[in-house]
Ligand binder design. Structure first.
Ligand code: ADP
Length: 483
């Protein structure tokens, strides 16, 4: 029997993306279809989403959704139906999905995402004649009130699942918003939406849903500790029985070096030498010296404390002394952007920094860099190291969360057994990163071993097949638990 799932999320690749959440939400409908699950996804009608989807059919409308009229359009992305919540007073803005052009959070984010969750709950509970979901799947804090709205509605509801893509973002708002957010007075308690005296969107979802997932087994364990749980570890320990870690996959339709039209030359594990053309193109496009022997490190990332770029900065002088190059694309915290731009000045032709966002450049870095660096302090899953595996850029990663679960460290045993796919360092500090960088560069000089590591990575199954099966099983379990 086909299972019907309503996914609710604030990002969906390629419609709107600021990070990994979008990639996952974009890939799941296709991956789940193979498991007998029909996934329809509700996303906010941000300008870029409306532009990409074009005119749709209105399937639902609301006279007043937190301060203005709103309606839901049904459209299609590939094979899957996407519902767009059109609410100009909430989403028709010139900045990003969450912040204005200056990077400041929109002051009404509580309403912007409560609206998404509220409409998600309506659809989950039968507002559409032709779609009665068996499961409501809310992604991250922006959607996490959906299970809470269904819970408090008092009406029959489907099974509910909340996925944590990053517990650092929780959506916490003043308690005075309780009634304006259409939450009943009785919901303001520890067993409900109350969170350290405020309203916690993610907390509410985690408290009131039937199943919790996060994006790797190691992160599932980590967030049950005070060090990584960011205030929610107690709740997660109390609900440990329903917490599941399901690794993300890489969307093979988007991240496949054999078919990728964003890169210069296509290749697979049997034609690895073709990769050099991408390497040369990357050096040229980023104004790096055309040096065939330098150890070329790639980085594609948001710039934030989480991602550990300060550790990379600390290592730049020694890296440069050792015949390395760096190609980095990213944007985020200003002080990090400025430090990398200063490094580019200091090491012309050796350090190339692109501040901004470019899907094309992200793909070319994966296809051209020798090694790919992810030095995160914490990492729920991490997608860029999966893409690096696919593209033969050997990952160098900190041993946390999903990085720990997806990379086989090149320790002596793994090297001897010929199974290593990358380099891990722990704990995440500039010093341990220095050791990993030295070690990686040493192996890089041993071309045979390096090539073996590249082809190991390219042969690893990082597809959505296995994760999709796990999600499908989890949905069925959540439904069974309710009946
Ligand atoms: P997070 O979601 O924490 O940002 P992930 O590794 O899970 O980290 O996902 C990041 C996604 O965003 C990847 O698809 C990566 O390629 C992409 N990305 C990050 N920064 C940029 C950028 N500056 N330009 C293009 N793509 C980027």
């Amino acid at each position: 029997m086909t299972l019907r799932v309503l996914a609710v999320a604030s990002e969906m690749s390629p419609l709107v993306k600021t990070g990994g959440l979008a990639d996952v939400v974009g890939a799941l409908p296709g991956a789940l279809a193979n498991e007998g699950v029909e996934t329809r996804t509700l996303v906010p009608g941000f300008p870029e989403v409306l532009h990409a989807l074009g005119a749709g059919e209105t399937v639902l409308s609301f006279d007043d959704l937190f301060g203005g009229p709103a309606w839901v359009h049904a459209g299609r992305l590939h094979e899957a139906i996407v519902y767009t919540l059109i609410a100009p007073h909430l989403y028709a803005r010139t900045g990003g999905p969450y912040t204005d052009a200056q990077g400041i959070d929109y002051p009404d984010n509580a309403f912007r995402f409560a609206a998404l969750a509220w409409v998600g709950a309506q659809i989950a509970q039968g507002a559409l004649a032709d779609f009665a979901p068996d499961v409501l799947h809310a992604h991250d804090w922006q959607a996490a009130l959906a299970p809470a709205y269904s819970h408090y509605s008092g009406k029959p509801r489907p099974a509910t699942v909340v996925t944590i893509h990053n517990i650092a973002f929780q959506g916490q708002f003043p308690k005075e918003l309780l009634a304006p957010l259409r939450l009943p007075p009785a919901s303001f308690r520890m067993e409900g939406v109350e969170y350290y005296g405020s309203i916690g969107f993610l907390k509410a979802g985690l408290q009131l849903c039937d199943r919790i997932t996060t994006v790797s087994p190691s992160y599932a364990q980590e967030i049950e500790t005070p060090e990584f749980g960011m205030g929610l570890d107690g709740l997660l320990r109390a609900r440990a029985e329903i917490v599941n870690g399901i690794l993300n996959g890489a969307d093979e339709n988007v991240w496949n070096p054999a078919t990728d039209t964003r890169i210069v030359a296509r290749y697979d594990a049997s034609t690895l030498s073709v990769r050099t053309e991408n390497r040369t193109a990357l050096q040229k496009r980023m104004h790096l010296d055309a040096d065939p022997d330098a150890f070329l490190l790639g980085v594609v990332s948001r710039m934030s404390w989480q991602k550990g770029h300060d550790m990379l900065l600390a290592n730049l002088p020694s890296m440069m002394a050792r015949h390395s190059q760096l190609a980095l694309i990213g944007a985020g915290e200003k002080h990090l952007e400025e430090s990398f731009l200063a490094a580019q000045e200091a090491y012309p032709g050796r350090v190339a920094v692109w501040i901004g966002y470019s899907e094309n450049m992200a793909h070319l870095i994966q296809a051209g860099a020798d090694a790919f660096l992810v030095p995160s302090r914490f990492e729920p899953c991490g997608l860029t190291q999966l893409y690096a595996l696919r593209y033969g850029a050997v990952p160098i990663v900190s041993r946390v969360g999903g990085l720990k679960d997806t990379i086989i460290d090149a320790n002596d045993m793994a090297l001897q057994a010929g199974v290593a796919t990358g380099f891990q360092f722990s704990p995440p500090t500039a010093e341990t990163l220095a050791v990993a960088l030295c070690k990686a560069q040493g192996v890089f000089k041993d071309k045979k071993t390096w090539r073996k590591m590249q082809s190991n990575g390219m042969g690893a199954d990082v597809s959505w097949r296995h994760p999709a099966r796990r999600y499908a099983a989890l949905y069925r379990e959540a439904i069974a638990a309710r009946s």
